[in-house]
Write a protein that binds this ligand. Structure first.
Ligand code: VGL
Ligand code: ZN
Length: 209
């Protein structure tokens, strides 16, 4: 990072959790986040400071229930009621195996110890890296981190107000020490969702760095 080439290695209990740095969330992608590709360089640099790096990958079947196209007559960014509660309808994105689901080509994905995929069940979306949107179905990440003795998490990636915030809040609830480096995140920010997500994260005890 500018002005500081020095990298300070974090202790062995710390993990860098990189959320959804995938082509569809970058400019030109199906659910592009403004400036989404701008996080890649700083995330790559941060990877050198951590002995544990985990990536998440949004990974939906083509008929996923979070896609507007799966609900005749509905449009992207509308809300809908699903079995587990309210769900935003999104443009089809991060379809399993598609170029849009791949990590940004500049991301040092080879540095990851673990890649956790989420949102692969047709009937449930999963913003959080820990629980699907029914808030109860686990992804398995908690078990992975705990069994490696990783209890302190730094989150970065896309999008601040959805997958990053949901992951950070769940992690805090699960007892992890959690910080989010906002300069290495970008937001969708629909209808004030970024301000709300920042408030929710702070209330959950997440440090916004
Ligand atoms: C995300 C909306 C739908 C995210 C994923 O990564 O923040 N947002 N799927
Ligand atoms: Zn998604």
């Amino acid at each position: 990072m500018e002005g500081n080439e020095e990298s300070r290695m974090r202790p062995a209990n710390e993990c860098l959790l990189v959320i959804d740095v995938q082509n569809d969330f970058c400019p030109g992608g199906a659910l592009a986040v403004e400036g989404g590709d701008q996080v890649v360089e700083s995330i790559n640099a941060l990877m050198d400071d951590f002995s544990a790096v985990v990536l998440t990958q949004d990974w939906h079947p083509a008929n996923h229930s979070s896609f507007a196209a799966s609900h005749p007559g509905r449009s992207p960014f509308e809300m809908i009621e699903l079995d587990y509660g309210e769900q935003v309808l999104w443009p089809a994105h991060c379809v399993q195996g598609s170029p849009g689901a791949a990590f940004h080509a500049g991301l040092r994905a080879e540095r990851a110890d673990m890649i956790i995929r989420k949102g692969f069940r047709p009937a449930i979306d999963s913003y959080s890296a820990f629980f699907e949107n029914d808030r109860t179905t686990p992804t398995g990440l908690d078990g992975y981190l705990k069994s490696r003795g990783l209890d302190t998490l730094t989150l970065v990636g896309l999008a601040t107000d959805f997958c990053v915030a949901y992951s950070a809040i769940d992690a805090a609830r699960l007892g992890y020490r959690v910080s989010v480096i906002e300069s290495a995140c970008r937001a969708i920010d629909m209808d004030g969702s970024l301000a709300a997500a920042r408030d929710d994260m702070k209330r959950a005890g997440v440090t916004l760095a």
